[in-house]
Design a protein around this ligand. Structure first.
Ligand SMILES: [Zn+2]
Ligand SMILES: [Zn+2]
Length: 369
């Protein structure tokens, strides 16, 4: 039985970095898909991989140093997974989903999230607070997002020797064809996690329901977004978390229509009120306002309440309220109202006729009948 240190060509005191380097160099030379000169059916590569598997694992290495191969067979890491038809890196890849392409050791920022809340125009006027429950991932405290058990590092992938891809050479009558595919074991990362963090099972993050308090500022408009830094998905390998964006929808108001920071509405008065003038009460978004309708006001007249519109998110300035006058024409009249309106009409036509002698004559004739 050859010595594992000898196989890798390192000293007994070699550190993890040296072992990794030696393995990477040898694996590249003797990988069965690459090696053409001394075709040994991959035996040399298997030997190298076995040596690396033992020496790169601090616990296995300690046992090997102490007891040799015997120590390894007694190891708790020894064989329970062999029955699955591979060494346990495969199993962990299946369990912990590290095989996806694109997985890399480099820290990556987490994704942003988007939530939508609907508020009323009154809430938009005054500003409001909403509580949301956002499902998202959060970096594991135990491992800081690396997914590794404390004191362990990633191991070089024994299938591809850290290359992340495997090269296949096919020989035919026409020559040798080489093609390379992403390594199935490490998903192209070149490294695998054989010591997953017990708290997160190697995922580096856990799913949580985040209770988020969203402060929605006064003056917020439909479609505005509030950003909550760091409340998005957890980063990968210790990378920063993404942000949460909360999009605000402002529901339609029964009275007011918003245009920028101004509010528009219609007010209505009776014919007599428009003619004689009146005072009405207008319910704005923050209370009652008295409004004078002067005598002789016309339908379509616009009245302005300065500074009673929407506040601005960015400045102190408030918009105005614009009120368009509508004059109500009665649909039904009582006998008394009818008499008075006829009287009104008579006076109106009298007014028209009044100037001139002809008018006065006509009036006289009518009165005789
Ligand atoms: Zn690999
Ligand atoms: Zn963890």
């Amino acid at each position: 039985m050859k010595d594992y240190y000898e196989i890798l060509g390192v000293s007994r005191g070699a550190d993890q970095e040296e072992i990794k380097k030696a393995y990477r160099r040898l694996a590249r030379l003797h990988h069965p898909d690459v090696s053409t000169s001394d075709d040994d059916g991959g035996d040399r590569f298997k030997e190298i991989s076995k040596a690396y598997e033992v020496l790169s694992d601090p616990e296995k290495r300690r046992r090997y140093d102490l007891l040799g191969d015997e120590g390894l067979s007694a190891s708790p890491y020894g064989s329970p997974f062999e029955g699955f038809g591979g060494s346990f890196g495969d199993i962990f890849n299946i369990f912990f989903g590290r095989g996806q392409p694109g997985f890399a050791r480099a820290p990556r920022r987490g994704s942003d999230l988007l939530a939508v809340v609907e508020i009323s125009l009154v809430e938009a006027y005054a500003g409001t607070v909403r509580e949301l429950e956002m499902p998202r991932s959060e970096t594991c405290d135990e491992c800081g997002g690396t997914g590794l058990a404390s004191g362990f590092d990633h191991d070089l992938c024994p299938d591809c020797g850290g290359e992340g891809k495997t090269v296949h050479t096919r020989r035919s009558a026409f020559g040798a064809f080489t093609s390379s595919t992403t390594c199935r074991r490490c998903g192209g990362a070149g490294e695998i996690n054989t010591h997953p963090c017990p708290a997160c099972d190697g995922r580096g993050a856990a799913r949580i329901i985040d209770k988020v308090q969203v402060n929605i500022p006064a003056g917020v408009d439909d479609g505005d977004r509030v950003r909550l830094p760091g409340r998005g998905e957890a980063g990968h390998m210790g990378g920063a978390a993404g942000d949460l964006y909360v999009e605000v929808r402002v529901a339609e108001h029964e009275t007011f229509t918003r245009r920028g920071s101004d509010l528009h509405a219609v007010i209505s008065v009776e014919i007599s009120e428009a003619a004689l003038g009146t005072e009405i009460e207008v319910t704005t978004l923050n209370g009652e306002e008295r409004l004078q309708i002067p005598a002789g006001s016309q339908p379509g007249d616009v009245f302005r309440l300065r500074g009673k519109g929407m506040p601005s998110v960015r400045s102190q300035r408030k918009g105005d309220i614009y009120l368009t006058l509508e004059v109500r024409v009665p649909r039904k009249l009582s006998a008394e109202q009818k008499r008075l309106l006829k009287e009104f009409q008579r006076i109106e036509s009298g007014k028209k006729d009044s100037p001139g002698i002809v008018g006065r004559l006509r009036k006289a004739i009518r009165q005789e009948y």
